[in-house]
Design a protein around this ligand. Structure first.
Ligand code: SF4
Ligand code: SF4
Length: 239
């Protein structure tokens, strides 16, 4: 089978299953090109019982996205392993319950766009058929919608979709690249959430949203991240 992609609607069905009995088990975790979203980091740092700063330092690297011009975070391959994911073991994924959104979504890829007029979000899906992946040969049919449900992807989408909005606002404002200080604050707000929380308490970063500093201390990470996205738009992009 050559590599190919196939556009799908949310109601379309596809044959696929991934399980430990397949000869390709773990193959997809050995060729790492893994971008992490802000919510991926929240889930992974909790799974590993680390702060966001400890997680980022140990497991990730960051660079400026060539298209978005914004800081992006990727998983660092396991040392001296080529491109092996740091969380893959012979028995499977060490962080399976909290694996990143792209690991859950695969073999699908999800793209969204938002109407400027109505604000309505449109989802598009693509089925990625790679020659090494034997899961496509298993006759187990499911719709995209059922796949999303089984992979518990909705919460990831809810928490990550605002990042698409941020990129779209940046493009609309025609901001090319962030200066060093703005880039640092963007990275901290979106990815290093524990550090953002400390800054917010010490320097009143969220006073602008009338959130009391004592309340910032105890806010759930998910609520803090949504506020951090708003802070990026209001303070860094001045919208
Ligand atoms: S079936 Fe595909 S997704 Fe599952 S382990 Fe094999 S290569 Fe990875
Ligand atoms: S996080 Fe888990 S599922 Fe994702 S690439 Fe790593 S080992 Fe594989």
């Amino acid at each position: 089978m050559d590599n190919e992609t196939l556009p799908l609607l949310i109601s379309d069905s596809f044959d696929f299953d991934c399980n430990t009995r397949l000869s390709c088990f773990n193959e997809c975790c050995k060729d790492l090109n893994q971008f992490l979203t802000p919510y991926d980091i929240i889930r992974l740092k909790k799974n590993l019982n680390l702060t966001s700063g400890e997680f980022l330092k140990t497991y990730t690297q960051s660079h400026t996205g060539p298209e978005s011009g914004l800081p992006v975070v990727t998983l660092k391959p396991k040392e001296n392993s080529g491109w092996l994911c740091p969380f893959v073991t012979d028995a499977g994924c060490l962080v399976y319950e909290d694996r990143p959104a792209s690991c859950r979504t695969y073999p699908l890829a999800r793209m969204i766009s938002k109407s400027r007029e109505s604000g309505e979000i449109t989802e598009r899906y693509v089925l990625i058929k790679e020659s090494h992946c034997k899961g496509h040969c298993v006759k187990k049919s499911q719709t995209v919608s059922v796949w999303n449900r089984d992979q518990e992807i909705d919460e990831y989408n809810r928490m990550n979709d605002p990042m698409m909005e941020i990129i779209s606002i940046k493009n609309r404002l025609n901001i090319k690249a962030l200066d060093e200080k703005t880039g640092y604050f963007f990275y901290t707000a979106c990815y290093d959430l524990d550090n953002f929380r400390k800054n917010a308490v010490a320097n009143g970063l969220l006073d602008v949203f009338s959130v009391k500093r004592d309340d910032v201390l105890t806010l759930e990470d998910e609520k803090l991240l949504l506020l951090a996205y708003n802070w990026v738009v209001k303070i860094l992009f001045k919208v």
